[in-house]
Design a binder for this molecule. Sequence first.
Ligand code: UD1
Ligand code: UDP
Length: 374
Amino acid sequence: MKIGIVLGTRPEIIKLSPIIRKLEEFKNNDYFIIHTNQHYSKSLDSIFFKELNLPKPRYNLGVGSASHGKQTGKMLEGIERVLIKERPDIVVVQGDTNSTLAGALASSKLGIEVAHVEAGLRSYDRSMPEEINRVLTDHISNYLFAPTEVARENLRREGIEENIFLVGNTIVDATLENIEIAEERKEEIFEEDMLEVVKGGDYFLVTIHRAENTDNRERLKGIVEGILKVGEYYDKTVLFPLHPRTEKKLKEYNLWDTLKNKNIEILEPAGYFKFLILERYAKLILTDSGGVQEEACILKVPCVTLRRSTERPETLEVGGNILVDIEKGDILEAVDIMLKRDRNWRNPFGDGRSGERIARILLEGRNSPLEDKI
Ligand code: UD1
Ligand code: UDP
């Protein structure tokens, strides 16, 4: 069984790592990785290959940043060229980025089966590029690896009945596999001052990068003001590892200087080990990231999601997360609610064996004996 894996961004590298690990373990020597290079900065790309000890991609397409059409078009062209040469039986894509859609579309047009990891997530907000990517990818996929019951039901409601596999989310595997390694290495990962802050656990952690927040000046301004308000009200440090997209937009909108505040500490985008530790010890996480909402829930750290909707409603249902639309909601109230909650919610994303389930189904066929239980 020849498997092609298409990836391009930070979360795809992280969430595909447990599947790649299993393909290696099961001695499938016939798989290969195509990296679109949608992410190319060291802090969003090569650091994760290194930390997660992943094999080098056989193909780097060097696509980089561009408008949606241009970026996706370049990916399609590059992926198609490789697939015609390699002719894999199945192509695996993950999540909801432009790399995901390009991988799925190029494969399906060549008659190659598509396996979508993290199928069935829906925010029901079609203004998000991610929603378009995930809906389209699901509808041309032959294997739909749904992480939760909610995701499986979303697919069924859209008329997809066949080939859905409830497998859990590989983010659980990645978190459990790496958190203890990160813990062991934290003395070498952090500078002394930062290590003290982290160990003290008396800080908020923030990540923001989604287009819906960064590409609208008023929303981004509202988020910056909200974060400042939280830092000031609780008089605590706010650690803010900054995605390059957000840095660019803060500067473009003349909001950069507003972040110069005694409570706010801007950091480079963190490597995975560093970020897991920052999450584990945080008092609370404020984010718009999909993966970070999941990790906060798994690590039992309260989360406030600065968005109008989430495609991870399970995190809200179990009590680990709350949504705040920055234009309407009260960020301080949301933070207060979450800080008062007991951290005894259930992890809704599975048992950490999703990578194994997916690899077995891909290698052993659709009737792999692994239980359909997470
Ligand atoms: C992409 C995904 C988003 C995902 C995120 C993960 C799409 C449409 N969006 O968003 O769903 O949550 O990845 O982090 O696929 N840049 C760099 N270095 C890089 C990559 C990007 O500096 O290595 C900067 C560039 O200025 C670029 C901007 O970030 O224009 C945005 O990059 P892009 O690939 O368009 O999307 P992301 O915001 O990273
Ligand atoms: N992450 C990281 N360093 C950071 C911020 C995030 O390693 O500074 C990791 C995080 O642990 C999670 C993933 O990146 O696994 C989430 O990716 P991102 O927020 O970029 O995208 P999304 O999940 O929203 O698509």
